[in-house]
Write a new protein. Structure first.
Length: 211
């Protein structure tokens, strides 16, 4: 089943040369797809278009059978069912791990928020870290908190924008297989931007290359 369908997607800044030009692809349910390409090829822009943080100049995006962008449609980010992990993790420094993870769960009751927070922290192997603050965590632990926060609302798809960019080479290598296991255990469809073919080989089911 195609969970994500992108057709003839085009995007450019202020009439400059298009950052993305006629991009089309599909992603199956529970598939982990790497997005490769040189600097300036539009890898991060593609994720922002999927998330609704940018508006394309042309093309369509369909997520879970619903068109979220076309010539006459634009579904707001909060209604797309998309989770995103940014390069810098974007954790709130004044909130604990538990509070960061529960941030997007306001629609749930307090007991339900607590239960879901504990569930996703167990998934990313951070049980017992609920009361810590981001500055008390290693880079790898911060990444896993950001992942738990993105997974907590049960998004249809997860977008990860070079999540290893702030990790040193040794930690990057150590966490690759762990991340794949977490994503597969979560039964989540994921698009993963990276410039490193080793990331794709270790984590992804296949890759898409932007030029």
């Amino acid at each position: 089943m195609n969970l994500v369908q992108v057709a003839h997607l085009t995007f450019g800044y202020h009439r400059a040369r298009h950052t993305l030009d006629d991009v089309s692809f599909t992603v199956d349910q529970n598939e982990i797809v790497g997005i490769l390409g040189p600097s300036g090829s539009g890898k991060s822009t593609l994720l922002r278009l999927l998330a609704g943080l940018e508006t394309p100049t042309g093309g369509t995006i369909t997520i879970a059978g619903r068109t979220v962008v076309d010539d006459s449609t634009f579904i707001q980010p909060e209604h797309r069912g998309v989770g995103m992990v940014f390069q810098d993790y974007a954790l709130f420094p004044h909130l604990t791990v538990a509070q960061n993870v529960q941030f997007g769960l306001h629609a749930l009751s307090k007991p339900a928020r607590q239960a879901r927070m504990k569930e996703v922290l167990a998934l990313v192997h951070l049980e017992g870290f609920e009361s810590r603050y981001p500055h008390e965590l290693s880079g790898g632990q911060q990444q896993r908190v950001a992942l738990a926060r993105a997974l907590a609302p049960r998004p249809a798809i997860l977008l990860m924008d070079e999540p290893f960019s702030n990790l040193d080479a040794d930690l990057r290598a150590a966490i690759r297989s762990e991340l794949r296991d977490i994503l597969k255990a979560a039964d989540i469809t994921c698009l993963f931007v990276t410039h490193d073919q080793q990331d794709v080989d270790a984590i992804c089911d296949r890759s898409i290359t932007l030029k």
